[in-house]
Ligand binder design. Structure first.
Ligand code: NAD
Ligand code: DAU
Length: 352
Protein backbone atom coordinates (compact mmCIF):
# COMPACT_ATOMS: atom_id res chain seq x y z
CA UNK A 1 0.00 0.00 0.00
CA UNK A 2 1.27 3.47 -0.90
CA UNK A 3 -0.16 6.96 -0.39
CA UNK A 4 -0.35 9.44 -3.24
CA UNK A 5 -1.29 13.04 -2.44
CA UNK A 6 -2.70 15.25 -5.19
CA UNK A 7 -3.66 12.18 -7.22
CA UNK A 8 -6.64 13.88 -8.86
CA UNK A 9 -4.34 16.37 -10.59
CA UNK A 10 -2.61 16.04 -13.94
CA UNK A 11 0.54 14.13 -13.00
CA UNK A 12 -0.88 12.36 -9.96
CA UNK A 13 -3.78 10.90 -11.95
CA UNK A 14 -1.45 9.71 -14.71
CA UNK A 15 0.84 8.24 -12.06
CA UNK A 16 -1.96 6.28 -10.38
CA UNK A 17 -3.27 4.84 -13.65
CA UNK A 18 0.24 3.84 -14.73
CA UNK A 19 1.05 2.35 -11.35
CA UNK A 20 -2.05 0.15 -11.33
CA UNK A 21 -1.34 -1.01 -14.88
CA UNK A 22 2.01 -2.36 -13.68
CA UNK A 23 1.18 -3.90 -10.30
CA UNK A 24 -1.56 -4.55 -7.79
CA UNK A 25 -0.20 -2.62 -4.86
CA UNK A 26 -3.08 -0.49 -3.56
CA UNK A 27 -3.06 3.29 -3.57
CA UNK A 28 -4.73 5.65 -1.13
CA UNK A 29 -5.17 8.90 -3.04
CA UNK A 30 -5.60 11.97 -0.82
CA UNK A 31 -6.60 15.08 -2.72
CA UNK A 32 -8.29 18.29 -1.57
CA UNK A 33 -10.03 18.62 -4.97
CA UNK A 34 -9.14 22.22 -5.63
CA UNK A 35 -10.05 23.59 -9.08
CA UNK A 36 -7.15 21.46 -10.42
CA UNK A 37 -8.38 18.20 -8.93
CA UNK A 38 -10.54 16.25 -11.34
CA UNK A 39 -11.77 12.79 -10.38
CA UNK A 40 -13.20 12.36 -13.86
CA UNK A 41 -9.59 11.82 -14.95
CA UNK A 42 -9.66 8.65 -12.81
CA UNK A 43 -13.06 7.42 -14.00
CA UNK A 44 -11.43 4.28 -15.44
CA UNK A 45 -10.70 3.26 -11.83
CA UNK A 46 -14.19 3.92 -10.52
CA UNK A 47 -14.85 0.28 -9.62
CA UNK A 48 -11.25 -0.65 -8.97
CA UNK A 49 -10.77 -1.53 -5.30
CA UNK A 50 -7.02 -0.98 -5.62
CA UNK A 51 -7.66 2.79 -5.71
CA UNK A 52 -9.05 4.33 -2.52
CA UNK A 53 -9.93 8.00 -2.85
CA UNK A 54 -10.06 10.27 0.19
CA UNK A 55 -10.96 13.93 -0.11
CA UNK A 56 -8.58 15.73 2.22
CA UNK A 57 -5.91 18.34 2.70
CA UNK A 58 -2.25 17.42 3.19
CA UNK A 59 -2.21 20.04 5.94
CA UNK A 60 -4.96 18.29 7.94
CA UNK A 61 -2.78 16.45 10.45
CA UNK A 62 -5.72 14.77 12.20
CA UNK A 63 -6.96 13.23 8.97
CA UNK A 64 -3.53 12.30 7.64
CA UNK A 65 -2.52 10.73 10.97
CA UNK A 66 -5.73 8.67 11.05
CA UNK A 67 -5.17 7.49 7.48
CA UNK A 68 -1.53 6.58 8.09
CA UNK A 69 -2.51 4.54 11.17
CA UNK A 70 -5.34 2.85 9.32
CA UNK A 71 -3.60 1.92 6.06
CA UNK A 72 0.05 1.63 7.18
CA UNK A 73 1.60 2.65 3.84
CA UNK A 74 5.17 1.73 2.96
CA UNK A 75 5.58 5.04 1.10
CA UNK A 76 4.05 8.50 0.78
CA UNK A 77 4.41 10.24 -2.60
CA UNK A 78 3.66 13.95 -2.39
CA UNK A 79 2.27 15.36 -5.65
CA UNK A 80 -0.19 17.76 -3.97
CA UNK A 81 0.54 21.40 -4.72
CA UNK A 82 -0.70 24.60 -6.23
CA UNK A 83 1.09 24.32 -9.56
CA UNK A 84 0.31 27.23 -11.89
CA UNK A 85 2.85 30.08 -12.04
CA UNK A 86 0.32 32.66 -13.33
CA UNK A 87 -2.06 31.92 -10.45
CA UNK A 88 0.82 32.32 -8.00
CA UNK A 89 1.43 35.81 -9.37
CA UNK A 90 -2.21 36.83 -8.88
CA UNK A 91 -2.69 35.08 -5.52
CA UNK A 92 0.43 33.73 -3.83
CA UNK A 93 -1.18 32.91 -0.48
CA UNK A 94 -2.64 29.50 -1.34
CA UNK A 95 0.79 28.55 -2.71
CA UNK A 96 2.39 29.28 0.65
CA UNK A 97 -0.45 27.53 2.44
CA UNK A 98 -0.36 24.29 0.45
CA UNK A 99 3.17 24.04 -0.85
CA UNK A 100 4.97 25.25 2.26
CA UNK A 101 2.68 24.92 5.28
CA UNK A 102 0.84 21.89 3.86
CA UNK A 103 4.08 20.06 3.07
CA UNK A 104 5.36 20.87 6.56
CA UNK A 105 2.25 19.40 8.20
CA UNK A 106 2.43 16.35 5.97
CA UNK A 107 6.07 15.82 6.93
CA UNK A 108 5.17 16.11 10.60
CA UNK A 109 2.35 13.56 10.32
CA UNK A 110 4.61 11.19 8.41
CA UNK A 111 7.50 11.63 10.83
CA UNK A 112 5.32 10.69 13.82
CA UNK A 113 3.91 7.66 11.96
CA UNK A 114 7.35 6.58 10.73
CA UNK A 115 8.88 6.83 14.21
CA UNK A 116 6.40 4.27 15.51
CA UNK A 117 7.06 1.71 12.77
CA UNK A 118 8.90 -1.54 13.51
CA UNK A 119 12.57 -1.54 12.49
CA UNK A 120 12.06 -3.32 9.15
CA UNK A 121 9.18 -1.14 8.02
CA UNK A 122 11.02 1.92 9.25
CA UNK A 123 14.05 1.09 7.12
CA UNK A 124 11.99 0.35 4.04
CA UNK A 125 9.69 3.38 4.34
CA UNK A 126 10.01 6.21 1.75
CA UNK A 127 8.74 9.80 1.53
CA UNK A 128 9.03 10.89 -2.09
CA UNK A 129 8.55 14.58 -2.79
CA UNK A 130 7.64 15.56 -6.35
CA UNK A 131 9.18 18.90 -7.22
CA UNK A 132 10.13 21.05 -10.16
CA UNK A 133 13.08 22.42 -12.10
CA UNK A 134 11.71 25.93 -11.51
CA UNK A 135 13.42 26.00 -8.10
CA UNK A 136 16.72 26.56 -9.95
CA UNK A 137 15.56 29.81 -11.55
CA UNK A 138 16.35 30.80 -15.10
CA UNK A 139 19.21 30.05 -17.51
CA UNK A 140 20.80 32.16 -20.23
CA UNK A 141 20.95 30.67 -23.70
CA UNK A 142 24.50 29.36 -23.34
CA UNK A 143 24.55 28.20 -19.72
CA UNK A 144 24.71 24.46 -19.02
CA UNK A 145 21.47 22.70 -18.06
CA UNK A 146 20.43 22.46 -14.39
CA UNK A 147 22.23 19.71 -12.49
CA UNK A 148 21.26 18.64 -8.96
CA UNK A 149 23.96 20.90 -7.52
CA UNK A 150 22.75 24.07 -9.24
CA UNK A 151 21.90 26.67 -6.62
CA UNK A 152 18.26 27.39 -5.83
CA UNK A 153 17.19 30.74 -7.33
CA UNK A 154 13.37 30.66 -7.57
CA UNK A 155 11.76 33.65 -9.27
CA UNK A 156 7.99 33.25 -8.84
CA UNK A 157 5.88 32.74 -5.72
CA UNK A 158 5.17 29.25 -7.10
CA UNK A 159 8.81 28.26 -7.51
CA UNK A 160 9.75 29.91 -4.21
CA UNK A 161 7.07 27.89 -2.42
CA UNK A 162 8.28 24.66 -4.07
CA UNK A 163 11.89 25.54 -3.15
CA UNK A 164 10.81 26.02 0.47
CA UNK A 165 9.08 22.64 0.46
CA UNK A 166 12.20 20.97 -0.99
CA UNK A 167 14.26 22.47 1.83
CA UNK A 168 11.81 21.24 4.45
CA UNK A 169 11.95 17.73 2.99
CA UNK A 170 15.75 17.83 3.04
CA UNK A 171 15.78 19.03 6.63
CA UNK A 172 13.54 16.17 7.77
CA UNK A 173 16.13 13.76 6.41
CA UNK A 174 19.13 15.46 7.97
CA UNK A 175 17.49 16.26 11.29
CA UNK A 176 15.18 13.31 11.92
CA UNK A 177 16.53 10.69 9.55
CA UNK A 178 13.25 10.48 7.62
CA UNK A 179 13.97 8.41 4.48
CA UNK A 180 13.21 11.01 1.82
CA UNK A 181 13.71 11.28 -1.94
CA UNK A 182 13.13 14.40 -4.03
CA UNK A 183 12.59 14.67 -7.76
CA UNK A 184 12.90 17.91 -9.76
CA UNK A 185 11.25 17.55 -13.14
CA UNK A 186 10.92 19.77 -16.18
CA UNK A 187 7.67 20.76 -17.94
CA UNK A 188 5.27 17.87 -18.39
CA UNK A 189 2.66 17.49 -21.12
CA UNK A 190 0.17 14.78 -22.00
CA UNK A 191 -3.38 13.56 -21.30
CA UNK A 192 -5.50 15.13 -18.52
CA UNK A 193 -3.45 18.35 -18.43
CA UNK A 194 -5.61 21.21 -17.14
CA UNK A 195 -6.19 23.70 -19.99
CA UNK A 196 -4.71 26.66 -18.16
CA UNK A 197 -1.18 25.47 -19.05
CA UNK A 198 0.39 26.28 -22.43
CA UNK A 199 -0.01 23.05 -24.44
CA UNK A 200 -3.58 22.09 -23.49
CA UNK A 201 -4.64 25.76 -23.62
CA UNK A 202 -3.40 26.07 -27.20
CA UNK A 203 -5.16 22.87 -28.28
CA UNK A 204 -8.44 23.80 -26.63
CA UNK A 205 -8.42 27.44 -27.78
CA UNK A 206 -7.46 26.49 -31.33
CA UNK A 207 -10.41 24.12 -31.62
CA UNK A 208 -12.73 26.77 -30.15
CA UNK A 209 -11.56 29.36 -32.72
CA UNK A 210 -10.11 31.50 -29.94
CA UNK A 211 -6.82 33.42 -29.77
CA UNK A 212 -3.67 31.46 -28.88
CA UNK A 213 -1.95 33.72 -26.32
CA UNK A 214 1.84 33.78 -26.49
CA UNK A 215 3.51 35.76 -23.71
CA UNK A 216 6.06 38.40 -24.76
CA UNK A 217 8.08 37.38 -27.82
CA UNK A 218 7.53 33.64 -27.38
CA UNK A 219 11.29 33.01 -27.30
CA UNK A 220 11.36 31.57 -23.76
CA UNK A 221 12.55 27.99 -23.60
CA UNK A 222 11.06 25.07 -21.70
CA UNK A 223 12.31 21.47 -21.55
CA UNK A 224 9.37 19.14 -22.25
CA UNK A 225 8.75 15.63 -20.93
CA UNK A 226 5.80 13.35 -21.70
CA UNK A 227 3.92 12.77 -18.44
CA UNK A 228 4.19 8.96 -18.58
CA UNK A 229 7.98 9.32 -18.64
CA UNK A 230 7.83 11.47 -15.52
CA UNK A 231 5.73 8.71 -13.89
CA UNK A 232 8.22 5.98 -14.83
CA UNK A 233 11.06 8.09 -13.43
CA UNK A 234 9.23 8.54 -10.12
CA UNK A 235 8.62 4.79 -9.91
CA UNK A 236 12.31 4.20 -10.54
CA UNK A 237 13.43 6.72 -7.90
CA UNK A 238 11.02 5.20 -5.39
CA UNK A 239 12.43 1.76 -6.13
CA UNK A 240 16.14 2.50 -6.22
CA UNK A 241 16.85 6.12 -5.27
CA UNK A 242 19.49 6.83 -2.61
CA UNK A 243 18.00 8.22 0.58
CA UNK A 244 18.28 11.99 0.95
CA UNK A 245 19.24 12.42 -2.70
CA UNK A 246 17.56 14.60 -5.31
CA UNK A 247 17.09 13.52 -8.92
CA UNK A 248 16.55 15.83 -11.88
CA UNK A 249 14.13 14.42 -14.46
CA UNK A 250 13.95 15.63 -18.03
CA UNK A 251 13.79 14.50 -21.62
CA UNK A 252 16.42 16.70 -23.32
CA UNK A 253 13.68 18.49 -25.26
CA UNK A 254 14.31 22.21 -25.14
CA UNK A 255 11.86 24.19 -27.27
CA UNK A 256 10.88 27.83 -27.51
CA UNK A 257 7.25 28.56 -26.66
CA UNK A 258 6.55 29.82 -30.16
CA UNK A 259 7.90 26.55 -31.62
CA UNK A 260 5.59 24.60 -29.31
CA UNK A 261 2.59 26.62 -30.45
CA UNK A 262 3.52 26.15 -34.12
CA UNK A 263 4.00 22.40 -33.62
CA UNK A 264 0.59 22.03 -32.00
CA UNK A 265 -1.02 24.14 -34.75
CA UNK A 266 0.61 22.02 -37.47
CA UNK A 267 -0.63 18.80 -35.86
CA UNK A 268 -4.14 20.22 -35.65
CA UNK A 269 -3.93 21.32 -39.30
CA UNK A 270 -3.17 17.71 -40.15
CA UNK A 271 -5.56 15.91 -37.79
CA UNK A 272 -8.52 18.34 -37.58
CA UNK A 273 -8.20 21.03 -40.31
CA UNK A 274 -10.11 24.28 -39.88
CA UNK A 275 -13.40 24.39 -41.79
CA UNK A 276 -12.45 27.65 -43.53
CA UNK A 277 -9.24 26.13 -44.94
CA UNK A 278 -7.03 28.54 -42.98
CA UNK A 279 -4.15 27.51 -40.69
CA UNK A 280 -4.49 27.40 -36.90
CA UNK A 281 -1.34 29.50 -36.49
CA UNK A 282 -3.35 32.47 -37.77
CA UNK A 283 -4.98 32.46 -34.32
CA UNK A 284 -1.67 33.21 -32.55
CA UNK A 285 -1.79 36.46 -30.55
CA UNK A 286 1.27 37.92 -28.84
CA UNK A 287 0.15 39.24 -25.45
CA UNK A 288 1.73 40.98 -22.43
CA UNK A 289 4.59 39.03 -20.88
CA UNK A 290 4.37 37.15 -17.57
CA UNK A 291 5.98 39.23 -14.78
CA UNK A 292 9.35 37.75 -13.82
CA UNK A 293 9.10 35.33 -16.74
CA UNK A 294 11.95 32.79 -16.57
CA UNK A 295 13.81 32.79 -19.88
CA UNK A 296 15.01 29.21 -20.07
CA UNK A 297 14.75 25.90 -18.22
CA UNK A 298 16.87 22.90 -19.16
CA UNK A 299 17.40 19.71 -17.20
CA UNK A 300 20.62 17.76 -17.08
CA UNK A 301 19.21 14.26 -16.52
CA UNK A 302 22.54 12.43 -16.45
CA UNK A 303 22.37 11.46 -12.78
CA UNK A 304 19.10 9.54 -13.00
CA UNK A 305 20.23 7.97 -16.29
CA UNK A 306 23.62 6.93 -14.93
CA UNK A 307 22.69 5.89 -11.39
CA UNK A 308 19.20 4.49 -11.89
CA UNK A 309 19.25 3.56 -15.56
CA UNK A 310 16.14 5.63 -16.36
CA UNK A 311 15.49 7.03 -19.82
CA UNK A 312 12.35 8.56 -21.33
CA UNK A 313 10.42 6.33 -23.73
CA UNK A 314 8.91 9.13 -25.85
CA UNK A 315 10.55 11.68 -28.08
CA UNK A 316 8.88 15.08 -28.20
CA UNK A 317 7.54 14.26 -31.67
CA UNK A 318 5.81 11.04 -30.57
CA UNK A 319 4.60 12.49 -27.26
CA UNK A 320 3.09 15.67 -28.68
CA UNK A 321 1.26 13.72 -31.40
CA UNK A 322 -0.24 11.39 -28.76
CA UNK A 323 -1.22 14.41 -26.70
CA UNK A 324 -3.00 16.26 -29.51
CA UNK A 325 -4.75 12.99 -30.47
CA UNK A 326 -5.85 12.49 -26.86
CA UNK A 327 -7.44 15.95 -26.68
CA UNK A 328 -9.22 15.39 -30.00
CA UNK A 329 -10.53 12.03 -28.76
CA UNK A 330 -11.55 13.32 -25.32
CA UNK A 331 -13.56 16.41 -26.08
CA UNK A 332 -16.02 15.43 -23.35
CA UNK A 333 -13.35 15.65 -20.67
CA UNK A 334 -12.40 19.09 -22.00
CA UNK A 335 -16.05 20.24 -22.15
CA UNK A 336 -16.64 19.14 -18.55
CA UNK A 337 -13.54 21.01 -17.39
CA UNK A 338 -14.63 24.13 -19.24
CA UNK A 339 -18.22 24.06 -18.01
CA UNK A 340 -17.17 23.16 -14.47
CA UNK A 341 -19.21 19.95 -14.67
CA UNK A 342 -16.16 17.93 -13.62
CA UNK A 343 -16.65 19.25 -10.12
CA UNK A 344 -20.06 17.51 -9.95
CA UNK A 345 -18.38 14.22 -10.81
CA UNK A 346 -17.52 13.74 -7.15
CA UNK A 347 -21.13 13.93 -5.96
CA UNK A 348 -22.31 11.72 -8.81
CA UNK A 349 -19.66 9.02 -8.64
CA UNK A 350 -17.89 8.95 -5.32
CA UNK A 351 -18.65 8.94 -1.64
CA UNK A 352 -15.95 11.11 -0.14
P1 NAD B 1 -2.06 19.95 -10.67
O1 NAD B 1 -2.31 21.37 -10.30
O2 NAD B 1 -2.64 19.41 -11.94
O3 NAD B 1 -2.58 18.98 -9.50
C1 NAD B 1 -2.39 19.27 -8.15
C2 NAD B 1 -3.33 18.39 -7.34
O4 NAD B 1 -3.10 18.65 -5.95
C3 NAD B 1 -4.81 18.69 -7.59
O5 NAD B 1 -5.52 17.48 -7.76
C4 NAD B 1 -5.26 19.41 -6.33
O6 NAD B 1 -6.62 19.19 -6.02
C5 NAD B 1 -4.34 18.81 -5.29
N1 NAD B 1 -4.13 19.66 -4.13
C6 NAD B 1 -3.87 20.99 -4.13
N2 NAD B 1 -3.76 21.44 -2.86
C7 NAD B 1 -3.92 20.36 -2.04
C8 NAD B 1 -3.88 20.15 -0.65
N3 NAD B 1 -3.66 21.18 0.19
N4 NAD B 1 -4.07 18.92 -0.16
C9 NAD B 1 -4.30 17.87 -1.00
N5 NAD B 1 -4.36 18.00 -2.33
C10 NAD B 1 -4.17 19.23 -2.86
O7 NAD B 1 -0.49 19.76 -10.64
P2 NAD B 1 0.43 18.79 -11.49
O8 NAD B 1 0.82 19.47 -12.73
O9 NAD B 1 -0.20 17.45 -11.55
O10 NAD B 1 1.71 18.75 -10.56
C11 NAD B 1 1.86 17.75 -9.54
C12 NAD B 1 3.17 18.00 -8.80
O11 NAD B 1 4.25 17.93 -9.71
C13 NAD B 1 3.26 19.38 -8.15
O12 NAD B 1 3.90 19.25 -6.92
C14 NAD B 1 4.11 20.20 -9.11
O13 NAD B 1 4.82 21.20 -8.43
C15 NAD B 1 5.02 19.12 -9.64
N6 NAD B 1 5.55 19.34 -11.01
C16 NAD B 1 4.71 19.64 -12.04
C17 NAD B 1 5.22 19.77 -13.32
C18 NAD B 1 4.33 20.08 -14.50
O14 NAD B 1 4.84 20.35 -15.60
N7 NAD B 1 3.00 20.05 -14.37
C19 NAD B 1 6.59 19.60 -13.55
C20 NAD B 1 7.42 19.30 -12.46
C21 NAD B 1 6.87 19.15 -11.20
O1 DAU C 1 9.10 23.48 -15.29
C1 DAU C 1 8.16 22.77 -14.56
C2 DAU C 1 6.92 23.62 -14.37
O2 DAU C 1 6.25 23.66 -15.62
C3 DAU C 1 6.00 23.09 -13.27
O3 DAU C 1 6.67 23.15 -12.05
C4 DAU C 1 4.71 23.91 -13.21
O4 DAU C 1 3.84 23.34 -12.25
C5 DAU C 1 4.06 23.88 -14.57
O5 DAU C 1 2.89 24.68 -14.56
C6 DAU C 1 5.03 24.39 -15.64
O6 DAU C 1 5.30 25.80 -15.45
P1 DAU C 1 5.41 26.82 -16.68
O7 DAU C 1 5.13 28.18 -16.20
O8 DAU C 1 6.67 26.59 -17.46
O9 DAU C 1 4.18 26.24 -17.59
P2 DAU C 1 3.04 27.00 -18.41
O10 DAU C 1 2.35 25.95 -19.23
O11 DAU C 1 2.19 27.87 -17.56
O12 DAU C 1 3.85 27.93 -19.40
C7 DAU C 1 4.82 27.37 -20.29
C8 DAU C 1 5.47 28.52 -21.03
O13 DAU C 1 4.49 29.10 -21.91
C9 DAU C 1 5.92 29.65 -20.13
O14 DAU C 1 7.12 30.20 -20.64
C10 DAU C 1 4.80 30.68 -20.21
C11 DAU C 1 4.26 30.48 -21.60
N1 DAU C 1 2.80 30.71 -21.77
C12 DAU C 1 1.96 30.10 -20.90
C13 DAU C 1 0.60 30.27 -21.03
C14 DAU C 1 -0.36 29.62 -20.06
C15 DAU C 1 2.35 31.48 -22.82
O15 DAU C 1 3.14 32.00 -23.64
N2 DAU C 1 1.00 31.64 -22.97
C16 DAU C 1 0.10 31.09 -22.11
O16 DAU C 1 -1.13 31.31 -22.26
Amino acid sequence: MIFVTGGAGFIGANFIMNWLLQNDEHIVNIDALTYAGNLESLSSLQNDTRHIFIKGDIGDTTLITELLEKYQPRAVLNFAAESHVDRSIHGPETFIQTNVVGTFHLLESVRIYWNKLKEDSKTNFRFLHVSTDEVYGSLNKNEPAFSETHRYEPNSPYSASKAASDHLVRSYHHTYGLPVLTTNCSNNYGPYHFPEKLIPLVIVNALASKALPVYGDGQQIRDWLFVKDHCSAIRRVLEAGQLGETYNIGGWNEKTNIDIVHTVCALLDELRPRHDGKKYCEQIAFVADRPGHDQRYAIDAQKIERELGWKPAETFETGIRKTVRWYLDNQNWVANVQSGAYREWVEKNYTV
